[in-house]
Design a protein. Sequence first.
Length: 320
Amino acid sequence: MEKTETYLEYLKSPEAQAVFRLSQAVTDSLREYLRTCGFVEFLPPVVSSVTDPGLRGAERLPVSLYETRAYVMSSMVFHKQVLATAFSRIYSFSPNVRLEPARNADSGRHLVEFCQLDLEEAGASLDDSMRLAEDMIVATVSSVLDRCRPFLDALDRDLSVPKVPFQRITYDDALREAAKYDLEIRYGDELPQTLEAQISREAGGFLWVTDYPKSCRSFYYRQSEDGGSVRSMDLLYPEGFGEAISGGEREYRPDVITKRILEAGLDPAEFREFLAMADTGLRPTSGFGIGIERLVRYIAGESEIARVRPFPKTPGRITM
Ligand code: ASN
């Protein structure tokens, strides 16, 4: 927003009118696509005794419910595994709160409160999830181009249907790219946002990064045969828009989950309800989450994520 512009003025502007109608077209298209694939939509949990602790530098928001520690959902990744065990193909538009460090305030792509389309599929592999994500993105962009040309034109957005399959590189390949830019990243460190932006720009299209080391991904991802990496993937948007998706195959064996929790320096007692469900038999599943505001930001070609989220909360700045 311009300095002198009130939030209501922004909402009434031609820009916001176009952005929020695109946002609606995006969620409609995602729902239509997933319904045709037989996915069942669930209402998302908002608070829970268990939520994802592995947020790459962000913190969970603890709350006290009846004097018991709970969290506002940071991700429904554990709930997804349980639902997919019972219903095979499931999804949810899940509100997430993550206390991002204030240094991410001006990244243009971080929000404290955001909505994630979380989906999970029983019996699926990493490859199945990647193909599903590619088809879903193609279907969504195609549908927006069919239905929303005037809104894209109003934003001067030149968008085209991406070609599939998307390019794939491994985490190790990304480290080799980093060396080209004199970026020093130690094996096992998170890939910095600057590198993600560079490699996605160079790729000239959507780009998958796979085979992350165990040390920079959460304990719930299934370990690869090599023991050092996990069956996980991230998808990067073109044009330097950064991360779109993260996901992968899940660990479902209770003894291995407990071992991985301990390796990550966490307390299994915190996850006892989830572990108890794993004891009763979780199915092997794979899935991913895609941030809706980031998807709309890419589709609308906006540099500031705050412009595509109603009542945005950027890191360190809490407003209405
Ligand atoms: N959505 C991610 C996944 O499905 C998890 C997360 O959001 N932390 O793996």
